[in-house]
Design a protein around this ligand. Structure first.
Ligand SMILES: [Zn+2]
Length: 309
């Protein structure tokens, strides 16, 4: 673990927000989340190194294995396909075809869906097994490395996507600059990050899934992120909640139950109930309203590379 300065304003003046732990897998360790007194950026400090973080991304990490086709039931598969299509449709309002890179592409399910619309697709994925699946089973070209290590040709891409990745990176400002360089002028970056203005954050506070310590190294207040983008030559076009609202709610609810309900069996039953199909269907109109108000847990940002950068 090493102490870091604020990634945005470079100051070393932050206050403790809370001490968190791994609520997702229950792997031991405690982590201080701080808020910069100057700009408001929330970050883990001290930050674990890549090696220290590795145990917190086990082989069964949901984001890696959750999208292997053969492991999903038909309904989850349909739900996932719908999520991919929804995200694709949002992108196609800006650019209809071209070359797209998905950073943190996991098993390649999103790129697989986009390729079906005639796009040239490629991915970056540090997870060995997930990257191998995308390459071998789906035939998608993937650089099996981190964004920091990946080779990106300048001005070569029409679209870059990054679904729930930026908050995991140790230096998000440098990452945005690298991505911007790889985009052609007028190209777009679409990324999703935890929405600090969500109802879930208000309701669950330190149990909010958007914090996900220690995997999330940052939580971005929107004005800070806007300036970070501008510094990288990216202009905000739009931000909207378009997916993941109910799933994120279930995670937060599951985390909040941990210190309140002693019985593991009761907790699992309640989680199963929240995930049951009739409950999910019942909750759909409410999730839709939350999305329309932009108060869902996951905010998707659409940014355009300005010509002059
Ligand atoms: Zn700061």
């Amino acid at each position: 673990m090493h102490l870091v300065h604020c990634n945005f304003c470079k100051r070393n003046d932050a206050s403790l927000l809370f001490t968190g732990r791994d609520l997702l897998h229950g792997i031991p360790g405690s982590f201080d989340l701080v808020r910069c007194n100057h700009c408001g950026l929330i970050y883990l400090n001290p930050q674990p190194s890549v090696d220290e973080l590795a145990p917190y991304y086990p082989e069964d990490y949901e984001a890696h294995v959750g999208t292997r086709k053969e492991q999903l039931g038909w309904l989850r598969r349909l739900d996932y396909r719908y999520g991919v299509e929804k995200r694709y449709r949002a992108i196609s309002r800006y650019i209809q075809t071209g070359r797209i890179l998905d950073i943190g592409c996991a098993t390649g399910a999103f790129l697989d869906g986009v390729r079906a619309h005639g796009w040239q697709v490629e991915g970056i994925e540090p997870g060995v097994r997930a990257a191998a699946y995308a390459q071998e089973e789906l035939g998608i070209p993937v650089q099996n490395t981190s964004l920091e290590e990946a080779q990106l040709k300048s001005e070569s891409l029409d679209v870059v996507t990054m679904w729930n990745v930026l908050e995991h990176l140790s230096d998000p400002q440098t990452a945005l600059i690298k991505i911007s360089r790889a985009l052609r002028p007028g190209g777009i970056l679409v990324f999703a990050v935890p929405n600090i203005l969500s109802y879930d954050h208000k309701l669950f506070q330190s149990y909010w899934a958007g914090y996900d310590t220690p995997r999330h190294l940052y939580v971005f207040p929107p004005p800070v992120l806007e300036v970070m983008l501008a510094r990288a030559g990216l202009e905000l076009a739009e931000r909207r909640c378009i997916y993941g609202t109910y799933n994120a709610f279930v995670y937060s609810a599951r985390f909040a139950m941990m210190d309140r309900i002693a019985s593991q069996t009761t907790r699992s039953r309640l989680t199963q109930l929240l995930q049951a199909i009739p409950v999910r269907i019942m909750m759909m109109p409410l999730s839709r309203v939350v999305d329309l108000l932009n108060r869902g847990s996951i905010m998707t940002w659409f940014c355009r590379k300005v010509a002059a950068s």
